[in-house]
Design a protein around this ligand. Structure first.
Ligand SMILES: [Zn+2]
Length: 68
């Protein structure tokens, strides 16, 4: 199977609507950055001490931007 063309995704905070990162794939590093933002963001619901991925994903908005 050929690899699908690279698509980019814009990740924005649902709380403050700020665009946080544009990435091809959301990895641990991006998750950590998103978690940092969500903790600092006053518009977002507070996160627990060790949030599950689902809790982070619930607070962000992911939009496909098309091919790179
Ligand atoms: Zn925010």
């Amino acid at each position: 199977m050929p690899e699908a063309p690279t698509r980019l995704f814009e990740v924005a905070c649902k709380g403050c609507q700020r665009s946080l990162v544009i990435v091809a794939r959301i990895r641990d590093q991006e998750i950590a950055a998103l978690e940092d933002h969500l903790r600092a963001c006053r518009s977002s619901e507070p996160l627990g001490v060790a949030p599950m991925l689902g809790e982070i994903m619930r607070r962000i908005q992911v939009t496909a931007l098309g091919q790179a």
